[in-house]
Write a protein of this length. Structure first.
Length: 168
């Protein structure tokens, strides 16, 4: 959840709390100080019901915000785990394929989606060198191109769940 949305939700919650408190105290004051002979008892009872509904809405909103923050925390944790798992998986696979340092760099840039010209610029080398290194990476990995290279890692992440939901 973005800071802007969270600020908006907290602001709404504070406004709702203020309104609930105002209506609740007003309803209690009217109800306690009313004269039954005036016939306002039904009006004040309805006002009390509305105030209580507003309080219930405030509590529900607060609980929802708490749950959303908890979910966001869990998702952030899972993303950190996935990033770490992917990095370990990539490093292990590069070692298994026997990639040189230059091939590792080029493979990582290819996985990140950079073009041949962008890779050549970053590595300060010629595009032909990058193409040759990419070809070597693809050959060692046993794939036909960049998409298959990427799919190897995605497949491995999807095949093995990072977190066993049954244990949590």
């Amino acid at each position: 959840m973005t800071f802007r949305k969270l600020t908006w939700l907290w602001g709404l919650l504070v406004a709702q709390a203020g309104c609930a408190a105002f209506f609740l105290f007003d309803a209690l004051a009217d109800w306690a100080g009313q004269d039954a002979a005036l016939g306002f008892r039904h009006y004040h009872s309805f006002e009390m019901l509305v105030a209580l509904a507003l309080v219930a809405g405030f509590v529900a909103t607060a609980l929802q915000i708490r749950d959303l923050l908890h979910q966001q925390s869990d998702l952030n944790r899972q993303v950190r785990i996935a990033k770490g798992s992917l990095a370990k998986l990539i490093e292990h696979q590069f070692t298994e394929w026997g990639l040189s340092a230059a091939e590792r760099d080029v493979a990582m840039l290819a996985i990140k989606g950079l073009s041949i010209s962008e890779m050549a610029e970053i590595r300060q080398t010629r595009e032909g060198t990058i193409k040759a290194q990419c070809a070597a990476v693809y050959r060692k990995a046993g794939v036909a191109g960049r998409l298959q290279l990427i799919s190897l890692f995605i497949e491995d992440l999807i095949a093995d769940p990072l977190i066993d939901d049954r244990t949590e």
